[in-house]
Design a protein around this ligand. Structure first.
Ligand code: SAH
Length: 282
């Protein structure tokens, strides 16, 4: 296969910044992604943002089936021209945020897919949330992200990077940071450094959460103003929790209201959200 630069020239395609088009051109990194994804010949792989198909071609060499999602019509044409003849590659033109992961499950809907992608960085947050929502259909995701975002996803309590996404990711997956990837590994070069992350979906969430949507609201509410205490954030959160009830609820759970959200563990967020969900707090 041609190098990304030559492929772009051959098809007369100019990369669009708006769609986060930075194509990987480093063979070692491409191989590393495939290795971390651990794809074998019984696996179905969903690739997010296949671009010009460099990673797609490698994945097709080890997977049973590769579903290549790409939103840009011009690149879909490139993919068809370059990979249209490869029998285990299906090219899907569309938005990954609208993709039905459940419909891609192998073994009559009982198996799980592997997700791989050098994703458009401006959509990292929504893509990660989409994958978490589709977690029952996924066993592992290997993503190339902006370095800070990857580090945020894997961050532990008490660190600057720890935020709402770290909490959601830890509840449902085991996150592992992988190689840092310099801008020189892409054409065109992005303005930021990148990092690979591997997310292994847990068979069971880290702890019981009665109402996932309330859990998200609670986490977001606690982090609303990072410098404020839990007590202050919760009093102004608009959650179904009367401001006067906040100190009692926190005390009942053994959580010091003077702490900041960034020190709370996933379990503490879960107990707080479960307690609020049980009522008599609003
Ligand atoms: N994986 C390729 C391309 C990465 S660039 C490579 O490494 O060479 C990111 C790709 O995601 C681009 O091809 C871009 O067109 C595509 N993309 C952007 N937004 C998308 C969306 N919402 N759904 C699917 N693909 C998208």
């Amino acid at each position: 296969m041609l190098s990304p630069l030559n492929l772009l020239r051959k098809h007369g395609v100019r990369p669009l910044k708006r769609l986060g088009q930075n194509f990987l051109c480093d063979p070692n990194i491409l191989e590393k992604i495939v290795r971390i994804a651990g794809v074998c010949d019984t696996d179905t792989v969903v690739e997010i943002g296949s671009g010009i198909g460099v990673l797609t071609a490698l994945l097709a060499g080890c997977a049973r089936r590769v579903i290549a999602i790409e939103i840009d019509r011009r690149l879909v044409e490139v993919l068809k021209a370059e990979l249209g003849g490869v029998p285990n590659v299906e090219i899907v033109r569309g938005d990954v945020l609208a993709f039905d992961f459940a419909a891609a499950r192998p073994e009559g809907g009982l198996g799980r897919v592997r997700v791989v992608g050098n994703v458009p960085y401006n959509l990292s947050g929504p893509i990660v949330l989409k994958l978490l929502d589709a977690r029952e259909s996924i066993d592992r995701a290997v993503l190339m992200l902006q370095r800070e975002v990857a580090e945020r996803l894997a961050a532990v309590p008490g660190t600057k990077s720890y935020g709402p996404l770290s909490v959601y990711v830890a509840l449902y997956t085991e996150a592992r940071l992988e190689a840092r990837v310099p801008a020189s590994c892409f054409v065109p070069r992005p303005e930021v450094e990148s990092r690979l992350i591997r997310l292994d979906v847990r068979r069971e969430p880290l702890c019981a959460v009665d109402d996932p949507s309330l859990f998200r609201d609670v986490v977001r509410g606690c982090f609303a103003k990072r410098r404020k205490t839990l007590l202050n954030n919760l009093r102004q959160s608009g959650l179904p929790l009367r401001p006067e009830a906040v100190p009692t609820v926190l005390e009942e759970l053994g959580i010091d209201g003077k702490r900041r959200a960034e020190t709370l563990s996933v379990r503490e967020f879960a107990s707080l959200s479960n307690r609020i969900g049980r009522g008599q707090t609003s």
